[in-house]
Write a protein that binds this ligand. Structure first.
Ligand SMILES: NC(=O)c1ccc[n+]([C@@H]2O[C@H](COP(=O)([O-])OP(=O)(O)OC[C@H]3O[C@@H](n4cnc5c(N)ncnc54)[C@H](OP(=O)(O)O)[C@@H]3O)[C@@H](O)[C@H]2O)c1
Length: 345
């Protein structure tokens, strides 16, 4: 076991874009491993837009709490290897996930319910699957995409036209691929030409556009001239407004996030009455509220990854000290697929 343990902590709440100076990397003392606990050495940790919502004195009501200043950042799903164990069912050497976030080591209580149960200590089956996949398609991102389509989107055998925003990102690219697997028509939007090409050529969406290429409504009308049945909203604001205008009667909108608002004053939508006039269903949701679907999602996604019908895409940063840069890049649209930090081997 290494005696050197470090944690990234928030040193001040960022205004606008996140910067390296908003964080401090500090040595931490590890407590003795008590009965029912394990010591985990971190190998991979996650970088998510939702973290930006917690880098402020008050996180949105009902969401995961704000990160306190000058304390380790808990409540981020993280992968590691057990180095010492005093908990039955959690052997030394097992790969696990837990919620202890941006640090090199954590002493974790095996019985603790973390992040609504989503990130409670869990042994991962890494046979044939890279461990970090459990931070993306096989983990919270997969669950968010799966619940968004099946529960909130209520998709069934009837083919639908689905618009996926932030489609080259961690959740978006999974929604695109799951929806294509299930026979739906997918229209994708993203922030660069390169991402658009990748979505069309590698991911196999039916149509795609760059959100910067002219008015969103026009791009969407070109990609889906007959309108859309389901909008998967990762962005909010102008995107949600364009979706409301393009929805067909009795369509659905899965409100997954509003990343466009996380670093600036929230904007819009200004045409909300269309939800009434078109009999739309709009529903917000959190993947962590659907932990009961985790096993089912993992079974299906594992099969899709192994038969090659789901592509796993990652943007990897090396070293815990790179996590702030990874978050800044993610928010600025400079990453593709799941954004990850490799903390150790
Ligand atoms: N409800 C839940 O349980 C849950 C769970 C996970 C994530 N989420 C939400 O799902 C969304 C996607 O999360 P993710 O982890 O998959 O992140 P991600 O898509 O990998 O990264 C965020 C992407 O958002 C896009 N973006 C940033 N600013 C934007 C803006 N002003 N307008 C339009 N697009 C913008 C960027 O892509 P482009 O530049 O390519 O557009 C960026 O790459 C976020 O809203 C997140 O909060 C919700």
């Amino acid at each position: 076991m290494s005696n050197e343990a470090y944690a990234l902590q928030v040193s001040r709440y960022p205004v606008g874009q996140v910067g390296a100076d908003d964080f401090e990397l500090v040595p931490v003392d590890l407590p003795e491993v008590a009965d029912g606990q394990v010591l985990v050495r971190t190998t991979w940790t996650s970088v998510d837009p939702g973290l930006r919502l917690r880098l402020r004195a008050d996180a949105p009501e009902g969401y995961f709490p704000a990160f306190p200043l000058h304390q380790p950042m808990d409540g981020i799903v993280t992968i590691g290897v057990i180095e010492e164990s005093r908990a039955e069912g959690f052997p030394v050497g097992a790969t696990v996930w837990h919620s202890y976030g941006w640090r090199t080591h954590a002493v974790v209580d095996a019985g603790e319910v973390a992040m609504n149960g989503l990130a409670s200590l869990r042994v991962l089956d890494v046979d044939g699957i890279a461990p970090q996949t459990y931070l993306g398609p096989m983990g919270p991102m997969g669950l968010t995409a799966y619940a968004g389509l099946h529960v909130i989107g209520a998709i069934d055998d009837e083919p639908r036209t689905i618009w996926v925003s932030a489609a080259a990102g961690a959740v978006g690219v999974l929604v695109c691929q799951m929806a294509r697997q299930l026979g739906h028509r997918v229209v994708a939007s993203a922030g660069t030409d390169e991402k658009v090409r990748w979505l069309l050529d590698e991911i196999g969406v039916d149509a795609a556009f760059d959100r910067h290429d002219g008015p969103l409504g026009e791009s969407l009308a070109q990609a889906a001239p007959e309108g859309i049945d389901l909008y998967f909203d990762a962005v909010g604001g102008d995107h949600l407004e364009a979706a409301l205008a393009a929805m067909r009667p009795f369509g659905r909108i899965a409100l997954c996030g509003s990343v466009g608002d996380y670093e600036r004053e929230p904007a819009g939508p200004r045409n909300l009455f269309l939800a009434t006039s078109k009999n739309l269903t709009m529903r917000g949701y959190r993947g962590s509220s659907y932990v009961d679907l985790l096993d089912e999602m993992q079974r299906r996604v594992r099969a899709w990854i192994q038969d090659g019908s789901v592509t796993v895409k990652e943007t990897v940063y090396d070293g815990l000290d790179q996590a702030p840069r990874a978050l800044a890049d993610l928010m600025a649209g400079r990453t593709t697929g799941k954004t990850l930090v490799r903390v150790g081997d």
